[in-house]
Ligand binder design. Sequence first.
Ligand code: TRP
Length: 331
Amino acid sequence: MDKKLIFSGIQPTGTFTLGNYIGAVRNWGPLQDEYNCIYCVVDLHAITVKQEPAKLRKNTLDAYALLMACGIDTEKSILFIQSHVKTHAELNWVLGCSTQFGELSRMTQFKDKSKRHADDVNSGLFTYPVLMAADILAYNADLVPVGVDQKQHLELARNIAQRFNQRYGELFTVPEPYIAEIGAKVMSLQDPTKKMSKSDDNPNACILILDDKDTVIRKFKRAVTDSEAEVCYREGKDGINNLMTIYSSVTGKSFDEITSEFAGKGYGDFKLAVGETVADHLAPIRSEFDRLIQDKAYLKKCYTEGAEKAQRYSQRIVSKAYHKVGFVDKA
Ligand code: TRP
């Protein structure tokens, strides 16, 4: 049987957080053997909020190189930059013409973002989920790895696909969410009831995957815990639970194993161990990233080939969509 097709996109926000890494990107590499994978740096989506052009360009290339450094193999998978492949914007228009104002108004991320960027509630921010649907449907992807914050958008993409199929005849695969077996949610080191986020005001709250060893260790040493002294996973111990989750996902050890490893030791020892383990885990990613980002010619070759493959793949499907809605065939 043919392998299923996975599609996912990631915003070019500069370097990823440990949360993006453990929760998402890290799982993308291993999926490449079991599935056909297409991954995309979504720079079109990025401009729905204000971006400094030079910074967006740098962040997009950084994100591309970082995905490679995290194990995405451009020989096995298609890895490309969204704005290089014109079918996304083309299909976006067609799908937008059957997506309802009311549906888009219900998207919680739009409500949040329009509050946060009240001076720039542009129409791209509103139709963001349509472009995301176009990303996915242009490839007839079967599975989409997404975090909880994107589930509503994926649900909408499914509705858009079904509606198109009903109105114009079968074309699009209705995509399913891919829930990783591993891939825990990583919380802020300073307020473990909140998700780890790059936009946190406190820089100690968030580990960036390009942080150097000393920085990683220092941030873990300052992590907020509780007033007990037992390393165990229990309700109410949000800080320790978060550190255990991180340590477990990097070492593969179970919570029980971690508890015995640190029995009789203090939180200081535990935090140091987590910091060192994470730093050692990230070190090869950082050095691979440094190597790739300096080799601009190689990067360019990879993203150019990626875009060509993505263009070819998606064009077949988007041309069919154009035909189905009644556009005159181009030759
Ligand atoms: N909206 C996603 C996010 O912010 C990124 C994204 C864009 C995406 N297009 C996609 C994710 C298609 C999965 C599939 O995380």
